[in-house]
Design a protein around this ligand. Structure first.
Ligand code: COA
Length: 188
């Protein structure tokens, strides 16, 4: 059993954004937009290596979405675009964490920070996910030194559950594990 018994929509629309499924051909776009930027990726869980091949491996793996059954998919990722211009601004998504829960995250290119776009996109994804009957929990964590992400999660309706000690390695910050803040939505 998996939390999602069907594939999520390949496209969502919000007031200002279009969220469209990541495609295998998006590697260069993702690399240029944020994956090559040490500032944008500082608090992400993947290393900012400066090599497009590394981005390609991630993108091709994530873009398995849309092939096969929902149960085979490890992660669903969408590129966020401005509806007015079609300009890509970032990405985000989620994947099954276990049989009843999803875990996810997001990132924007730095020039689009501070305009509410991450909140708008993440809220759209969470709203869809929590309407799925097999989803009992949606979680996301952020580095303790990345409070802007905590605001996005709180504004999307998720609850701050606490600080997890030595939870994960943020390789662009330090080689040692760091504390993270856990946010979740839970079905009640
Ligand atoms: C985190 C991130 C997605 C936020 O995107 P965004 O579109 O700027 O977010 P929003 O505008 O929707 O909301 C940002 C909130 O953080 C707040 N904020 C920004 N910088 C902050 C800081 N240093 N300390 C505390 N709050 C901060 C803003 O004031 C806003 O909250 P408010 O609406 O209550 O005022 C973006 O900065 C980003 O892509 N960062 C790099 C990748 C990343 O960290 N991803 C999350 C990994 S867990």
């Amino acid at each position: 059993m998996r939390p999602l018994d069907r594939l999520p929509p390949r496209r969502f629309e919000t007031k200002r954004l279009c969220l469209r499924a990541l495609e295998p051909e998006d590697a260069q776009l993702v690399f240029d937009l944020y994956a090559s930027d040490p500032v944008a990726t500082r608090h992400m869980s993947f290393p900012c290596t400066g090599r497009v091949e590394d981005t390609r491996a991630f993108v091709e793996g994530s873009a398995a979405y849309g092939r096969g059954e929902a149960s085979d998919v490890e992660a669903y990722t969408w590129i966020f675009e401005l509806r007015d211009t079609g300009e890509p601004i970032g990405s985000g998504g989620f994947g099954p964490k276990d049989d009843f829960a999803l875990a996810g995250g997001y990132i924007l290119a730095t020039r689009y920070w501070g305009r509410g776009y991450a909140t708008e996109a993440w809220t759209c994804l969470v709203d869809w996910a929590r309407a799925q009957p097999g989803v009992f929990r949606i979680e996301a964590t952020h580095d303790v030194d990345n409070p802007a992400s905590g605001r996005v999660l709180a504004k999307s309706g998720m609850t701050r559950e606490g600080v997890l000690a030595n939870w994960t390695i943020y390789p662009n910050v330090s080689a040692a594990p760091r504390d993270a803040v856990m946010y979740a939505w839970a079905r009640r």
